[in-house]
Each structure stands twice: as structure tokens, then as C-alpha cells.
Write a new protein. Structure first.
Lengths: 118, 139
């Protein structure tokens, strides 16, 4: 039986909008699957423009951050852009504490992210 | 790091390095914290720190061997949460891990676990061998 996707992916106006199905991005196996799904999306695109929406996310591990760094590098290799959206409260703290707010484009809202990724 | 007894909720468990056990321990600790009316931010902080501590025990302490046992102690009081995670590994030297917040290391995909534990907990102590982590968060 095929494994269910851990991401919901919507395409609009050349922008790929990705939402997480799981609220806790902690499990190593899930993180690997999410990374594989995202890299598969990137590889299908000429110049990927991706918004990752964290609206549903309640917890995030350092392993998930590592996966996002790899994904960001893949997007960069294709001269695309990755923007992280709906980052607030403790999830934003994770990026601030690890100083990864300097390595990623972070937006408070989805609308801001959609505008930033264009 | 001696804690006084203030209506203590003290438990310990020896677990395998598998997802189900990590989730069980996290839920047990968080349930006690909810009983003691900790904030959402406290719950988030302890969940993340505990996840990182257990992942470090499995990946670094036990080289990913899920069959090796990890000992977890927790003590939830109205004022603070103390958690100890003990693995059977040879330990590691935290000083040997490159500072993940240094500009030149921001693109490294790993090495942030202990930094996150230190950021989300009030006190963190690793024994000399490097296989016994004690962490406390005050309410």
C-alpha cells in the first residue's frame, strides 16, 4: 500500500504552496520523507518558487531544520526561491535561537510570503 | 541541581530508541505539566528539548542502535521540570561540536540539538563522560 503524503501541495501562478500534514515535525522517518517529497518537487521545476506554510506546525526538531537547510540549498542550486510562511511564536523562536532566521526568508503571513517569493 | 520536594510528580522509565517510546515519554511529561498548569510555551520548550535529548542519545550515544536502552527520569513540580536522559554510549564532547550559530556554520545540516536544549531549558548539565544529560526548566 502506498504511503500517504506528509505534505499538501498547491500550485498557483507558478508558485508552489506547501503545507505540512503533521503538526509535530519530530520523527526522523517523517522528516526524511518530507525532505524527499520536497526535493522531488524541486527537481520537477525549472526555477522553483516555493512557499512552505508552517501554519499547522506545533513542534520542530533540529533534524527538521537540517532537512530544511538541505532543501534550501537544492532550491538555491536551481536559482529558485524558498520562503517560510506563517512563522510565529515558539516556532519562530526556533529559527531565531539557531540564527537560521539569517539563512532563510521568513514571513509572518502566507500573503507576505506569496508576495516575497515572486 | 538539587530540587526540593514540592508536591513532586517523579517517574522514571527505561525505553528503547524507537519513536513510540519517545512519544510515550513526551506525552507522560507533558501531561504532568498540564496538570501543573504550565504555559503552552513551557510545554513547547520541554517537548523540543526532550526530543533533542532523546535523539542525541539514540543517534550519538547509541550510533542509531534502537535496541540499546535509554533511561529517562522526570520530576514535575509546580515550579519546575527536571529531566535526566542517560544513554549507554561512550558520550561525546560538546566542545568538539562546531558552534551552529556561527555564520560559517549556518548551512551545516546537523549539530543544533544541544544548542536548542540549552536555549529552551533554564539549566543544562552534561556529565564528564557525556552520556548523562540533566535539564531543568522553571515555570
Amino acid at each position: 500500500m502506498a504511503e500517504h503524503s506528509l505534505l499538501q501541495i498547491f500550485e498557483r501562478d507558478g508558485i508552489t504552496n506547501v503545507e505540512f500534514v503533521e503538526s509535530n515535525i519530530l520523527d526522523e522517518v517523517c522528516i526524511r520523507r518530507i525532505g524527499d517529497e520536497l526535493i522531488s518537487v524541486i527537481e520537477r521545476k525549472g526555477c522553483p518558487k516555493i512557499v512552505l506554510n508552517f501554519q499547522n506546525v506545533n513542534a520542530l526538531s533540529s533534524s527538521a531544520l537540517g532537512m530544511l537547510i538541505t532543501v534550501n540549498a537544492k532550491v538555491g542550486d536551481k536559482k529558485g526561491k524558498l520562503v517560510l510562511a506563517s512563522l510565529e511564536g515558539p516556532i519562530r523562536d526556533v529559527f531565531r535561537i539557531t540564527k537560521l532566521d539569517k539563512a532563510f526568508t521568513l514571513c509572518d503571513s502566507l500573503a507576505e510570503a506569496m508576495s516575497s517569493v515572486r | 541541581m538539587c530540587l526540593k520536594n514540592e508536591q513532586p510528580y517523579k517517574q522514571q522509565r527505561t525505553i528503547l530508541g524507537v519513536r513510540e517510546s519517545f512519544d510515550e515519554v513526551q506525552e507522560a511529561v507533558l501531561t504532568l505539566m498540564v496538570d501543573q498548569q504550565y504555559s503552552e510555551h513551557d510545554l513547547f520548550s520541554v517537548r523540543v528539548a526532550l526530543e533533542e535529548a532523546l535523539a542525541n542519545a539514540l543517534l550519538h550515544g547509541h550510533s542509531g542502535d534502537e535496541e540499546r536502552e535509554i533511561e529517562v527520569h522526570w520530576h514535575v513540580t509546580p515550579a519546575h521540570v527536571e529531566i535526566q536522559v542517560i544513554d549507554q554510549g561512550r558520550g561525546y564532547d560538546p566542545e568538539a561540536i562546531p558552534d551552529p550559530t556561527a555564520t560559517e556554520n549556518l548551512t551545516l545540516p546537523s549539530g543544533r540539538g544541544l544548542a536548542m536544549i540549552r536555549a529552551f531549558m533554564t539549566e543544562v548539565e552534561l556529565n564528564e563522560r557525556g552520556n548523562h544529560l540533566t535539564m531543568i526548566r522553571h515555570k
